[in-house]
Design a protein around this ligand. Structure first.
Ligand code: PMT
Length: 402
């Protein structure tokens, strides 16, 4: 279960297109993530999927009529939209889009949306020619003027055999939009710097010292902070993850480059989160040419890299005003003790301690299990969560400390 959607009340409006069957699957997925889903259907939608299907999948009564006798005093056309955190219209057909654009209220779905104060997310799905018709495009533009979020349909083969735009958008894109709509903008006005990924310490043109960090944890933090309204700078070691939209990325390779980037941008920040796995050492000497195989026992001389976080912690001791400092600790034993030691030694406000001995958490996987330890001694042990969720939990704690 994702805590991002837990107990969020989502009103799903289903209109009459073949993609209605996908909305049935989305109902299941939303519930699995902890959301409370209530479904309303247009009459046309009931030709594709029955209300019974949605009732079974949502665990809630399905609303199909404005004047249902069993609902008369509940005024569903007003109260459904009032008692939800957001409305998701999927699929949104050309007809339903046109009715909303005109402000009609002649069926339950259009009346509820007209009367609602909640955010509305519209997922068009229809034949390409219908979608591209100037009338539909003008109607969609009107919905955007009303403040509704419209998620562009995907391109591809449609149920009618045509190719082009009109397929219901992919679930992952819609899920991200739902989370964006439901996420509070509680970091608006904050400048957050995040470091992510490994560093590469070259030995010669083909060899280097590095570690198993993928950057997933740092990128998840950057994405979550951005989603919550922060202005985010991501100092990223080498990796292959696509950076989150709206984040300023500063690519670096070595620990020394990361040190330079963090030192340069640090002073303007409100919060610094150091999730990167920085190499503590680099080869003492860089050979400009590939080192040839020589004696069987070769030794490698190492030089210490700057400890970026420790240096920031030192500067914080004498600064009148300094960003909130958050570190990570990758530990394979004595986690809490080591975390406490690093929190004090590096003068941090918060540290996230990773158990890197576990195979299901830590380096390069999608999940993490961390213990949060703050400067006041508070300890919070988090269960195994996705890195996205860990990121939000860390940001919640940061907000409490700011
Ligand atoms: O990138 P992923 O695959 O998603 O994996 C995530 C992660 C396991 C890398 C991440 O969650 C994590 O634990 N990052 C910190 C790893 C680490 O270097 O831990 P450390 O205990 O060695 O360092 C403690 C802190 O000092 C860290 O915040 C680190 O960024 C910082 N540090 C360390 C060494 C150094 N020379 N300079 C630093 O700033």
């Amino acid at each position: 279960m994702s805590f991002l959607l837990t107990d969020k009340r989502i009103l799903l409006g289903v209109s009459g297109g073949i993609a209605a069957y996908k909305a049935a699957d989305w109902t299941r997925r939303l519930r699995k993530e902890g959301a409370v889903v209530t479904v309303m259907m247009t009459r046309a939608a009931q030709n594709f999927v029955t209300p019974l299907t949605f009732a079974a999948l949502s665990g809630n009564r399905v609303h199909t009529a404005m004047f249902a006798p069993e609902d008369a005093e509940a005024m569903p056309h007003i109260n459904l939209g009032r008692n939800c955190d957001m409305i998701l219209l999927a699929p949104a057909t050309a007809n339903t889009i046109a009715r909303l654009a005109q402000g009609l209220a002649d069926d339950l779905t259009s009346a509820v949306i007209l009367a609602a104060q909640a955010k509305v997310l519209v997922c068009p799905a229809m034949n390409s020619a219908m979608y591209q018709h100037p009338a539909t495009q003008a109607n969609l533009a009107r919905l955007k003027e009303f403040g509704y979020t419209v998620i562009d349909p995907a391109c591809g083969e449609l149920a009618c055999g045509d190719q082009g735009p009109g397929r219901l958008a992919d679930w992952e894109i819609v899920r991200q939009e739902i989370i964006a709509v439901l996420t509070p903008q509680d970091l608006r006005g904050q400048k957050v710097l995040v470091t992510a990924g490994p560093t590469w310490e070259p030995l010669d043109p083909v060899r280097l010292l590095t570690n198993r960090s993928s950057g997933k944890m740092g990128y998840a933090l950057a994405a979550a902070a951005r989603r919550r309204g922060a202005q985010v700078v991501l100092v990223s070691g080498p990796g292959s993850i696509t950076p989150p939209a709206g984040v300023e990325v500063l690519p670096v390779v070595s620990a020394q480059e990361m040190h330079a980037a963090v030192s340069q941008r640090g002073p303007e920040m409100d919060v610094m989160i150091m999730a990167a796995a920085v190499s503590d050492y680099r080869p003492a000497r860089y050979e400009a040419r590939k080192i040839k195989k020589g004696t069987p026992d070769a030794a490698l001389a190492l030089a210490a890299n700057p400890d970026i976080l420790r240096e920031l912690g030192e500067r914080k001791k004498t600064a009148r005003c300094f960003p909130l400092l958050v570190g990570f600790a990758a530990e394979s034993n004595d986690h809490l003790e080591e975390g406490r030691r690093k929190l004090a030694a590096k003068n941090l406000d918060l540290i996230a301690i990773n158990d890197i001995s576990a195979e299901d958490a830590g380096f390069a996987v999608d999940n993490n299990r961390v213990t949060l330890l703050d400067r006041n001694g508070a300890v919070e042990e988090l269960p195994l969560l996705t890195k996205e969720e860990v990121a939000h939990r860390i940001l919640n704690t940061i907000l409490r400390l700011i």
